[in-house]
Structure formats: C-alpha cells, structure tokens
Design a binder for this molecule. Structure first.
Ligand SMILES: Cc1cc2nc3c(=O)[nH]c(=O)nc-3n(C[C@H](O)[C@H](O)[C@H](O)COP(=O)(O)OP(=O)(O)OC[C@H]3O[C@@H](n4cnc5c(N)ncnc54)[C@H](O)[C@@H]3O)c2cc1C
Length: 369
C-alpha cells in the first residue's frame, strides 16, 4: 500500500494551493481528483490581483499559451436600467479560463497526482486513514468543492444552515466573425444586477472566449432568469446572434461563519467545501486560496500530530480572517438592500467606490500575509 503525509481530495484552487505550500515545506502530498486535468469548472474565471499575489503567479510565464485577460474597467447596471462605465486606467482584475488555471496550479504544486479517481472509501485504521484501499495517510483534506465527499462524512457538517448561490454559466471560443459581432469589450466586463439584489448576471470576454452567466441566492426560476438574460443580450446585440446556449449549473456557499466541524481527527476542510465565498461579490477563488494557506500553517505547526485538538486553530484563524459571519447571507449586504435603489446603482460614484472598489475588488483588504 502507498502512503503519504497528507492526502488532498480535490485539485481545484484550494487543493492545489495547499499541495504547493506543503510541498515547499517538504511534505509528501498526494492529490486525488475525480476528474482528469485539464478539466472545466463552472466559473466566470474573474480573479483579483490579490489572488495572483497570493499564488506568486508569474504572469508573463502564465500568459504564454494561456488566457490572462487584463481587466481595467467594468460596466454595471440594474437589468433594464442605465449603464455606468467605470474605467480605472490600470489593471484591476484578470480573466482566466479555469481549465487552464486549475491545471497550471495543480501541475505546479509538484504533488503526486491521482487523477480520474473519485474518493470511494475513507477508513479509519488506528491513527491513520486508508483512502480507496490504496493510500495510507495521517491527514485527509477535503478540498472537493461544494459537494465535497469528505465534508459530507464529517459529523454535524450536513446540518449547517446553508444559503447557496445557484449559478449557471457557459464559455465558448468565438470564431473571427463572432469576435467582430461581440460588443462586450475584453478589458471591461459587464455586470447586470437584479432589482431584488439577490444576484447578478455577467458577460466576460477573455481573449477569444466569451463567458456568460448568472448567479442568484434563491433557486427559484434560475433557468428562466438565464434564458431571459441570454435573450436580452442577443436582442441588444451584445453577443453574437449564433452564441450557443450551452449553460451548465453549479452551486456554492457564501461565507456565513465557520463551524468547528470543519476539522476532526486527521481531517480538515478548505475552500468551497467549507463555504467561504465572499458574500458581497461571490468571489470564491481568493478565499479558497487563503483558506489553503491558513491550513498549511496549521498543518506544519502540528508537526505530524493531527488530532482534532491540534487542528482547532484552523477554524479560529479562518474566523479571524473572514469574520464571524452574518446571520442572513446575501451577495449584497442585507442592510444595504433597503437603501440601494435603481438611482443609487446609476450613480457613478457609488458604482466605483462602493460596488466595485469595496464589494467586488475588496481593495480595503490586502492579500493574506
Ligand atoms: C457559475 C459560477 C461562477 C463563479 N465565478 C467565480 C469567479 O469569477 N471568481 C471567483 O473567484 N469565484 C467564482 N466562483 C466560485 C469559485 O468557482 C469557487 O469558489 C472555487 O472554484 C472554489 O475552489 P475549490 O478548490 O474549493 O473547489 P473546486 O474548484 O470546486 O474544486 C474541487 C475539486 O474537487 C474535485 N472533486 C469533487 N468531488 C470529488 C470526489 N468525490 N472525489 C475526488 N475529487 C472530487 C473536483 O473534480 C474539483 O476538481 C464561481 C462559481 C460558480 C458556480
């Protein structure tokens, strides 16, 4: 039977960041993922500079043969309202393709990879875990995203009060004719907010690729919302008339505070398996990466003794970083909803300083050190 120091279930941004961090500290790490990489992940693929900093991403190297779209502005509006254009005159975000980004990070991690293999069994054997009757390890990390099987196996975790964002997205490569027809500017993605502020839709052009999607906190009629938004984009000639409607759905949790059940003897959860996405913007990649870095710190200081009591620093550190959470989750803070009106969204000051700088770009919170 094979063995390793740490086995990570899930090779998304959370899993690959943790693998990379632990590998650089000399641990033997295996990443198990049910998919073979490169694989698609339902996501807009918008990342902030804080994320590239946290990952020490060499942007020039990354951009060789991969899409790294520089974003220097945004167009925002209520659906049916007037558009507000904010231009920063410098790069404030990037657009990446998850198939490329996740594959790059996972390979860069230097971990041993077991790909195309789902977690089937996780048996306790004295102080160790035996995974899929194949690999023995003292520590298993649940980094399997919203439906992480490790998370589901932890006592009490299923009972969490959860408000998931239900989202649908599609991404395709435009041919030359479609590129000319597409009115979305590559460096200026577009966000369309709902009157009830329970979510938003987007149009993001990354190189030759176009990504269209919508996420809402309530799961009623999401498919209808998507169809109506898609129809609107075609009618207004924002997107090419022959854009395929190949939408795929997924869900993820906005951060509502961290539960103590995210750790147990020899087990920890990170990223979407915990539910860490920013409640103001829905950004999930940065918190996934940050949770992995926090977890790495706790794992290294536990020095091979992964009893629950040694890992309990992790939920405290996560709460210290992301806050204690809120009672009523919302993509846009509940208190603000009462005040936000169509008029406010049409103010260029509000769009730049509150909606974009404070909520989406989170400029007041530097990358974790
Ligand atoms: C439509 C949509 C748009 C989004 N857009 C953005 C965005 O633009 N920017 C942003 O920051 N965030 C965005 N998010 C959120 C972001 O995608 C997630 O927060 C992020 O991917 C979390 O990373 P993770 O590593 O925790 O999980 P994931 O990226 O979900 O990775 C989990 C991995 O676990 C593997 N896995 C799952 N089950 C098993 C199993 N049983 N056995 C083995 N392996 C398994 C999966 O194959 C996958 O590779 C979006 C989400 C959605 C749904």
């Amino acid at each position: 039977m094979d063995s390793c120091d740490v086995l990570i279930v899930g090779g998304g941004p959370a899993g690959s960041t943790l693998a990379w961090e632990l590998r650089t500290r000399g641990l033997d790490v295996v990443v198990l993922d049910k998919s073979r990489f490169p694989r698609d992940k339902v996501c807009a693929g918008w990342i902030t500079p804080a994320t590239t900093d946290l990952l020490h991403l060499d942007k020039d190297e990354y951009a060789r043969g991969r899409v790294l779209q520089q974003i220097s502005g945004f167009k925002t509006r209520m659906i049916g309202g007037s558009e507000v254009v904010t231009r920063y005159g410098r790069t404030v975000s990037y657009g990446i393709r998850r198939s490329e980004f996740d594959d790059y990070l996972l390979k860069r991690s230097g971990a041993r990879l077991l790909l195309g293999e789902p977690l089937r069994t996780m048996e306790r054997e004295k102080a160790a875990w035996v995974i899929n009757n194949d690999v023995k390890t003292s520590l298993v990390i649940g980094a399997g995203g919203h439906f992480c099987p490790v998370s589901r196996s932890l006592k009490g975790n299923r009972a969490r009060r959860e408000t998931a964002v239900i989202a649908q997205e599609m991404e395709f490569e435009m041919d030359e004719g479609q590129q000319q027809e597409c009115a979305v500017e590559a460096d200026t993605p577009e966000f369309y907010f709902y009157d009830d502020l329970k979510g938003y839709a987007w149009c993001l052009r990354k190189g030759n690729f176009l990504n269209i999607g919508l996420g809402r906190e309530d799961n009623h009629n999401v498919a209808e919302h998507v169809q109506s938004f898609f129809g609107y984009l075609k009618e207004t000639k924002k997107i090419p008339k022959n854009t395929p409607a190949a939408f795929k759905g997924h869900a993820y949790l906005l951060y509502q505070g961290i539960s103590k059940t995210t750790v147990d003897d020899g087990v920890m959860l990170i990223g979407d398996a915990v539910g860490l996405a920013d409640p103001k913007s829905g950004e999930g990649i940065r918190p996934a990466v940050e949770s992995a870095l926090i977890a790495a710190e706790v794992i290294v200081s536990a020095a091979g003794d992964y009893q629950r009591s040694r890992l309990m620093r992790y939920p405290s550190l996560v709460a210290g970083r992301f806050g204690k959470g809120r009672v009523t989750p919302a993509i846009v803070p509940q208190a603000a909803r009462r005040f936000i009106s169509r008029r406010l969204m049409e103010s260029s000051w509000f769009s730049e300083h509150i909606l974009l700088d404070r909520w989406f770009l989170d400029t007041g919170r530097p990358a974790l050190r």
